[in-house]
Design a protein around this ligand. Structure first.
Ligand SMILES: Nc1ncnc2c1ncn2[C@@H]1O[C@H](COP(=O)(O)OP(=O)(O)O)[C@@H](O)[C@H]1O
Ligand SMILES: [Mg+2]
Length: 258
């Protein structure tokens, strides 16, 4: 499963803290650079609300990067650009070797390369845990028979196998978020985009979900971009990038991890 462990030290030496961008400054895309963004700008309301103000960002295979910042600083907007859910006004962006501005690339990104976890999990409440887990596989055209073992394996890995036949509306917040985590991993993504995945959970359940997230992605060699306003989670990531007023503070010199 560990497809990308070679140089990022999954299970071994962690990636360097305070990682700086490629020497020479160019965005030459080596295979382990999953996100390369430069000068990303995004405004709303016909340019009146400037949300991203020139973001530079690189994410490598196997690392967990926190986008840490106050509410309104632009974290979700940046994640949406990375996931092709919204398009930058200007700047360059490559995600898993694809261009999120191109519709065909966006579809490929979502079906094959990316997993998403959101604060409000976005599960389908009337369906069971198992049916929700199958949704990404269905969208990717994978037959049901081929997903049965994977559904069970993922559910077991986060301790919700006993809930597979329960409807989302009947399980707890922590179980829903663990289901959302499994759903995001269903199609074996290279990159997981997590937007405040612990934001609607109490402290203890939040800790459990965060630790599971970290454990699962380490085990599978997946890269994660985690948007959070909670410093205690950001500090446990490989790099902590401070998002402030639509910029990443210190980018270009130091990652800012403490
Ligand atoms: N679709 C939109 N239209 C107008 N303003 C928006 C839109 N989306 C986000 N914003 C504004 O952009 C800013 C950053 O939002 P967001 O990226 O959600 O921040 P964060 O996730 O860090 O809380 C906020 O001031 C928010 O009100
Ligand atoms: Mg947000």
């Amino acid at each position: 499963m560990n497809k990308h462990e070679s140089d990022t030290g999954v299970g071994g030496v962690p990636p360097p803290r305070g990682y700086t961008s490629t020497p020479g400054g160019s965005n030459s895309l080596t295979p382990d650079i999953l996100v390369a963004g430069r000068g990303l700008l995004k405004s709303y309301d016909a340019g009146r609300v400037r949300v991203l103000n020139g973001v530079d960002l690189e994410v490598r295979a196997g690392e967990i990067v926190a986008l840490w910042g106050a509410s309104g600083s632009g974290k979700s907007t940046l994640l949406h650009l990375l996931g092709g859910l919204d398009i930058a006004d200007a700047g360059e962006l490559t995600v898993c070797g694809l261009d999120p501005r191109n519709e065909t690339h966006r579809i490929e990104l979502r079906r094959q390369h990316l997993g998403f976890v959101f604060q409000l999990h976005n599960l389908i409440p009337d369906l069971t845990v198992e049916e929700n887990l199958r949704v990404p596989a269905l969208a990717a055209g994978i037959p049901q028979a081929a997903t049965k073992a994977r559904v069970r394996e993922l559910a077991e890995s986060v301790g919700i196998a006993h809930r597979l036949n329960h409807r989302i509306q009947d399980i707890s917040g922590g179980e829903r978020q663990r289901t959302a985590l499994c759903r995001a991993l269903m199609n074996s993504p290279k990159l997981l985009l997590a937007d405040e995945p612990t934001g609607s959970l109490d402290e203890e359940t939040g800790d459990t979900v965060f630790n599971l997230l970290r454990h699962l992605v380490r085990e599978r060699g997946i890269a994660v971009v985690l948007a959070t306003h909670e410093r205690r989670f950001a500090e446990q990531c490989d790099r902590m990038l401070h998002v402030r007023q639509g910029r990443i503070e210190g980018s270009g010199s130091s990652g800012g991890a403490k």
